[in-house]
Design a protein around this ligand. Structure first.
Ligand code: NGO
Length: 533
């Protein structure tokens, strides 16, 4: 994370205390002309760093224009905004250069405290002006603007309006530079369109990283030209025995492009040396016993391993990492490393040494599940902690020690941020090995103090993984992700000073009509005061 972000969030956090919690401003308050369906300034998820309401709203009308100034990346944000607003408002909303009023998207060289992702949003009778140093900041400002409009703006057919944006100023920067969501496309395969749908949902909450779990025992989901049978044989099935599937390189590039257009970076994961059964069905020479096993359609973990002593294993890893790195504009490449229970203990660290060296050689930064901390993480490796309350002190300590030695950490505590955990005993989908995780438990923790002794500068951020042993459709993904995903997004974005369960659950409830308009299914947790349906 850019240390500047942290300083400015602290500052803005105290500003916020002076101006009141974003959830505390009631709809219509301070904005006499705003109709009751207009959300109050600040009734946004993630909570903005600071909000100053004024009583002079802006109204989008048939004459509104969107103004840009043609800098690279700005036109795309303007087009994104126009595509969002046109169907529901029915207004033409032309994107033009240098118009004095309307919705203005401006890049600035000033405002160093905004960093690469922060923005200012100012709304008054003449204009809504979003100012940022980079297009990403404008994009996040647009997501805020979107949530400041009535939920009906999300409909894809013309709606009555009025389209009123509450007046005032929002000044906002993220707390952490890494705000991720992981999708497991290996246990059940999800099509490019299904992944895009999820990406759209992540973008609404200002997440900036899509981690794709591309390989596991049940299927290998990404084409590798030098090892073609990984997908001709290794992608043929999934949990429960369905047809499986994989992404061609062009399809994968399309996911990367689509995510980048929404300011999300894709982190590909090739899980090794365990979770590799699908690869072994395709290439038995990678298997310690040299035999070709039958495809696996169950949900057990920890039974497969690549053959660590054989050199062919490293030719394989080299080729796969090279080809996946070529498809990856981002810096991170995730090599898994979890649950290698079938890999002899003394061989695990050796394998991870060689796999990490190959990632580095192909120009990427290593990311791995936190078992990597018990081996020899390379300098600058990113360790993803997925422990939970029952995780031993020793295991946590390994992660902290690795961080003290220079590793970075992303937090995904399984009993807080795993979106596949059941909410309650009654939840039909999902798993419960880490316990049951209702909305409050998922939201109500602080990444900064979660791992005792973790140096502040080592913590890159948070990620919400969605494992799919029990999930096969977009509706099933959504009912597990919503409403917990926005909470993890808020932990990643909002300054700690905004953290407040009572305010949060009000703001969360206010999102429900938006999800209804978007066709997003969600769990109607009794902990949240949902509006009547
Ligand atoms: C664990 C395991 C995955 C499971 C998941 C289910 C990690 C990092 N490895 O998390 O293989 O799918 O739990 O919750």
């Amino acid at each position: 994370m850019n240390p500047r972000h942290r300083e400015s969030s602290v500052l803005l956090g105290s500003l916020l205390l002076a101006t009141g919690s974003p959830g505390a401003v009631e709809p219509g308050e301070g904005g006499g002309a705003a109709p009751p369906s207009t959300p109050a300034l600040g009734r946004v998820i993630p909570a903005p760093a600071s909000v100053e309401p004024r009583s002079t709203p802006y109204r989008i009308t048939a004459d509104t224009r969107i103004r840009t100034r043609g800098a690279p990346g700005v036109q795309e944000v303007a087009d994104h905004l126009a595509a969002l607003l046109r169907p529901s408002t029915g207004h033409p909303l032309p994107v033009e250069e240098d118009v004095p009023d309307g919705i203005r998207l401006l890049l600035t060289d000033g405002e160093p405290d905004l960093g690469d992702e922060g923005y200012l949003l100012d709304s008054g009778p003449e204009a809504v002006t979003i100012t940022a140093r980079r297009p990403a900041g404008l994009f996040y400002g647009v997501q805020t603007l979107r949530q400041l409009l009535p939920a009906a703006v999300e409909e894809r057919t013309e709606q009555p309006g009025p389209w009123t944006v509450p007046g005032g100023t929002v000044r906002d920067v993220p707390r952490y530079g890494y705000r991720g969501a992981m999708l497991d496309v290996a246990r059940h395969f999800f099509t490019v369109d299904q992944v895009k749908r999820y990406v759209d949902q992540l973008a609404l909450y200002k997440l900036n990283t899509l981690h794709l779990h591309l390989t596991d025992d049940q299927g290998w989901r990404i084409a590798v030209d030098s090892w073609p049978e990984l997908t001709t044989k290794g992608a043929a099935t999934q949990v429960g025995g369905g047809a499986g599937g994989h992404y061609t390189k062009d399809e994968y590039r399309e996911i990367v492009r689509y995510a980048a257009a929404r300011h999300l970076e894709v982190v590909p994961e090739i899980d090794m040396p365990g979770h590799t059964h699908a690869a072994l069905t395709a290439y038995p020479k990678l298997n310690p016993d040299g035999e070709a096993p039958e495809p696996y359609t169950g949900v057990e973990v920890g039974f497969s391993t690549l053959c660590v002593p054989e050199e062919v294993t490293y030719h394989f890893v080299d080729d796969v990492v090279r080809e996946v790195a070529e498809l990856t504009p981002g810096d991170l490449l995730h090599i898994g490393g979890d649950e290698a229970d079938a890999t002899p203990k003394d061989e695990y660290a050796h394998f991870m040494d060689r796999a990490q060296a190959l990632v580095t050689r192909h120009g990427k930064t290593v990311m791995g599940w936190h078992q990597l901390a018990g081996a020899r993480p390379v300098a600058g490796a990113v360790i993803q902690y997925w422990g939970y309350d029952a995780t031993s002190e020793e295991e946590r300590r390994q992660v902290v020690d690795a961080a003290l030695a220079g590793a970075k950490v992303v937090l995904s505590p399984a009993d807080r941020s795993y979106l596949d955990m059941k909410y309650t005993e009654a939840t039909e989908l999902g798993l419960d090995w880490a316990g049951r995780v209702e909305v409050r438990r998922s939201y109500d923790w602080d990444p900064a103090t979660y791992l005792d002794g973790l140096p502040e500068e080592a913590l890159l951020g948070v990620e919400a993984p969605l494992w799919t042993e029990t999930l096969a459709t977009s509706a099933e993904l959504e009912v597990m992700a919503f409403p917990r995903l926005p909470g993890i997004a808020e932990l990643g974005w909002s300054p700690r000073a905004t953290h407040d369960w009572d305010g949060y659950r009000q703001r969360l409830a206010a999102q429900a009509p938006r999800w209804d308009a978007l066709g997003i299914r969600y769990h109607r947790s009794p902990q949240v005061p949902w509006p009547q349906q």
